[in-house]
Design a protein. Structure first.
Length: 121
């Protein structure tokens, strides 16, 4: 006696499609996290270069030196200002960053946690 197996191919294809969908979702999440780290790194590098490109007008007018002066608190505030202007949720809503082992609820980095260390300078 021969049994008829109707729908077995359909069930197999549904399971296969679900696996492909899961792998695609994982790859999208990984790409999103990687792009978030990359954009944040680029924004913080740009903020650092912006701080280093500032100069003291008095030093320049008196001595012709393109140098800047500032303490750690002022530099931290400047970096937070420049990075905060770049990393706003309106300009980069797709950022998805990881802090301390878990993913953030707010997708943009907290620029008030920027620190500067000038011990060697």
């Amino acid at each position: 006696m021969r049994r008829r197996r109707k729908g077995s191919i359909t069930v197999f294809l549904v399971i296969l499609f679900a696996c492909f969908l899961l792998v695609t979702a994982v790859l999208i999440a990984a790409g999103r996290a990687a792009s978030g780290r990359s954009v944040t790194d680029a924004a913080l590098r740009l903020a650092g270069r912006s701080v280093l490109s500032e100069y003291d007008k008095r030093l320049f007018s008196d001595y012709g030196l393109l140098a800047f002066k500032g303490d750690e608190k002022q530099i931290e505030a400047d970096i937070a200002y420049y990075a905060g202007a770049t990393l706003t949720p309106e300009k980069a809503p797709y950022l998805f960053l990881r802090r301390g082992g878990e993913y953030t609820v707010t997708p943009w980095p907290r620029t008030y946690e920027v620190t500067a260390n000038l011990k060697g300078f």
